[in-house]
Design a protein around this ligand. Structure first.
Ligand SMILES: [Zn+2]
Length: 206
């Protein structure tokens, strides 16, 4: 019986219930059906996966532990071979789940505020020079961008910055006073020198 292949549209001599013209089209047809099934049953399948993982978590953990190198190697290789697909998929997923991601991030940050700050502080302390160097280089390459973003940041956070400065000054009042004393001592010394030069000429420098 003459039929049209449901995949490629070519006419072919069908036997029985055949819907496709060739083994290749048959495989493609099967893949399409599976894709469609997964799409239409994504929630059910996800739930089944969750349940399976829950019930087998101990076994999985053990398997992952015993095969961590093999898994890492496999993952690395798979990512390398599918880099474009991978980034594209991730980009797409991020775009489609933007709200969910933002919400999750906010929630995580809120619940882990202290830990995050602590981690950041530690990282900063341990990488102070590297970070400063990177910042310096970036500034050198993008002076206008840096100046602009600094201006913008100051404008948007004026109150916070002023408050911070005020607090810092208050806490460092002693240090600040000491600095001011030194500054004025330097100035008076210079003025004295100028006066002496005026009175005694350059001999004052000897
Ligand atoms: Zn075909």
């Amino acid at each position: 019986m003459k039929k049209e292949c449901v995949v490629c549209g070519a006419g072919f001599d069908a036997r029985g219930f055949a819907k496709t013209c060739s083994p290749e089209c048959s495989a493609e047809h099967r893949r399409e059906k599976q894709r469609k099934y997964r799409q239409e049953n994504s929630e059910k399948l996800a739930e089944r996966g969750r349940k399976w993982r829950q019930e087998n978590s101990e076994q999985q953990r053990k398997y992952r532990q015993e095969n961590s190198e093999k898994i890492a190697e496999y993952t690395r290789k798979y990512r390398q071979e599918n880099r474009e697909k991978f980034t594209e998929n991730r980009r797409k997923w991020r775009q489609e789940n933007r709200e969910k991601i933002l919400e999750n991030t906010r929630k995580y940050q809120q619940e882990n505020r202290e830990a995050i700050l602590e981690r950041r502080r530690k990282h900063h302390q341990e990488n102070r020079e590297k970070i400063a160097e990177r910042r310096r280089k970036y500034k050198q390459k993008n002076p206008e961008k840096v100046a602009e973003s600094g201006r913008k940041y100051y404008q948007e956070n004026r109150e916070k910055i002023n408050e911070c400065n005020r607090k810092y000054r208050q806490e460092n009042r002693e240090k600040e006073a000491e600095r001011a004393r030194k500054r004025s001592a330097k100035i008076s010394a210079a003025l004295r020198l100028v006066r002496e030069i005026r009175e005694k000429g350059l001999e004052a420098l000897l």
